[in-house]
Design a protein around this ligand. Sequence first.
Ligand code: ZN
Length: 443
Amino acid sequence: MSTFMPRRRAGMLAGVIALQLLFGSLAAAQVTAIKAGRLLDPESGTIATNQVILVENGKFTAIGPDVPIPAGAELIDLSGLTVLPGLVDAHNHLALTYKEVPERNSYYLTSILDATPLRAIQAASNGIQMLAAGFTIVRDMGNSGNYADVALRQAIEQGWIPGPTIIPSGLIIGGLGGQFWPNPEMALDRRIVYPEYLEADTPDELVKAVRQNALFGARVIKICVDCKPWGYSTDEIRLVIREAAKAGLKVEGHVQTIDGGKRAVEAGIWSIAHDRGMTDELHKQMAIKGVWRAGTETPISLTGHTTRERYDQTVALLRNAWQNRTPLTFSTDADYFVPGRTRGEVAIEFIETWKAARIPDGDILRAMTINGYRVSETEQVRGPIKVGMFADLIAVPGNPLDGIDALRDVQFVLKNGMVFKRGGVMLPAAFFNGGPVSGWNAR
Ligand SMILES: [Zn+2]
């Protein structure tokens, strides 16, 4: 293999470089200058006024109060708005919208009725809805049929459609049945759990499952730590972490019991999804070990998607995590349709839980931005509004530091230096291309 692959790769690379040179030279002349009335830095929680931001070839090239605007630059006047970095949802399911009737939150029927291509198209639509709400990065944490999440990432990266930067998990790795409880005929004879879950019950199967997801384009590995009473042991989780590290991937654990939470934290997992397995003691350990918390805190205002009892627990646990300085990310677990709302509007509604937990606006914003970049591992290339970074930003009329609800009114979205939304209206023409303008992307 090694004698053949480099030649094929070399040929492909040459083509990519030629395309990029051609494209780069055409685009080099075009500089975009953004006048930002207020430029918000979530890291410091400060605002600089009357800034000029220059964008060229999809990246920030200059930022400051006295930056001269080059002749011929396209001028975007956001002097009446607050400009800030894009938002991150650290746990969404763009390729899943379960059917309220008859299955509600079980989605077994959806996985049988809806083919992966259909779900991929839905994921594309949901991705656009997220971007319109200001989410420029989405970690897509499984339940994507047969790698619809990876397909979405590739389509966006190649420049076919607009969408957030996608961090896909590929198939969720779990024991036989995954999160479902299939009968023997369904699980063993029909293999009907596939492709919703990647079944792995032994160390060998775990290694193979991690390698499969890495091969097929996952950017993070997700395991179901305790979806069944037997679950994965601390050593098995460690094995997954080691194997994923060979591919440069981190591991997120779906955790729904306190015992599962203990095993995941003990194993040194990267991030934990959901808050059912969280305790004061675990929050303290996560703070010490730097384990990211993706609590998926469903607000009571999304009627029917949580209960009062569950919500009160969620609010108390989120507050406890914040008090313990547990690394917090903003995450939704959105996999349903709320009539009258886009997927992005459903996601932003989750700030209600954070407000109820009395978390300061600046800290909510940090969870939604810089912590999101870190858990997504994009912080060196994408996220912060800094020279050299990919040019993603959003703008709102209000000041999120004076009331996080300002984020409900995203008027402007820039992604990869291209305008996606302006004056509150989606104008995504620049994002539709018949070919791979950003180069063919290998998996
Ligand atoms: Zn989920």
